[in-house]
Design a protein around this ligand. Sequence first.
Ligand SMILES: Nc1ncnc2c1ncn2[C@@H]1O[C@H](COP(=O)(O)OP(=O)(O)OP(=O)(O)O)[C@@H](O)[C@H]1O
Length: 269
Amino acid sequence: MKLVEARGLTIRHGDRTILSAVNLSITKGEIVTIVGPNGSGKSTLIKALIGLEKPSQGQVNRAPGLSIGYVPQRLHLDARLPMSVRRFLSLPDRVTDAAAQVALARVGVPGLGARQMAVLSGGQFQRVLLARALLSSPEILILDEPTQGLDQPGVAAFYRLVEEVRAETGVAVLMVSHDLHVVMSATDRVICLNGHVCCEGAPHIVSEAPEYRALFGLGTGGALALYRHVHDHDHDHDHDHDHGHHHHHPAAPRDAADPSRQTHERHDA
Ligand SMILES: Nc1ncnc2c1ncn2[C@@H]1O[C@H](COP(=O)(O)OP(=O)(O)OP(=O)(O)O)[C@@H](O)[C@H]1O
């Protein structure tokens, strides 16, 4: 069943076309990731799917009564305004203490309820946002760059958490990311966006697609100058060897075929 779909979605602001004839759909229980460079229209697409942006042409359809848990790209809270985590979870809809506790435990930050929002770390803040999004028992979670500002282990942990929640609840997930490599193992389908849908499919297929390579190419050839290298070791326990001991491969095909291998791309500029 389709939860949300866009058909021929075009969005213009003034005489600028931000999105052009975008088609996509998200079905029950799948994790879909939108990747694309800065300004490629990712947030605009998300807003259109939620109903915060009006199509200039085409249409957006949502399943009747669809419950959406949305985590925006940026949420600025005034640090001078006292706001506990517990109170934040009750905005805009009041939730019970029990429900708040369950939600916080679910995202791995139990007992944070009394803490002020302003003093949370980046990772805790993102988890609290996710907890709040989960409180409405959504059929789809929409996360706009949920790992912005987190370090690598924090990013990996957050995506693992999203996968766990999906496995437990069957919620569909649509998220935005800049980098395919970090979501490779945590997503079913990738949509590469650059004002239009450049390519779409399973992560390893998209990473090999010429359209994707043109944007996120290897070496200094790509617009975003990324390179990929393959590790045979565990990053968490092997920091000493983290520099200079890698074999740098141009996107080894065996790597794409075997998701258990760790693959990284790095900004090379
Ligand atoms: N309300 C608006 N009026 C005019 N231009 C807009 C408006 N909203 C977005 N844009 C423009 O549309 C383009 C796409 O913006 P959007 O925020 O969707 O990109 P993005 O892919 O999410 O970028 P980033 O990765 O930097 O977050 C940008 O050039 C932006 O300036």
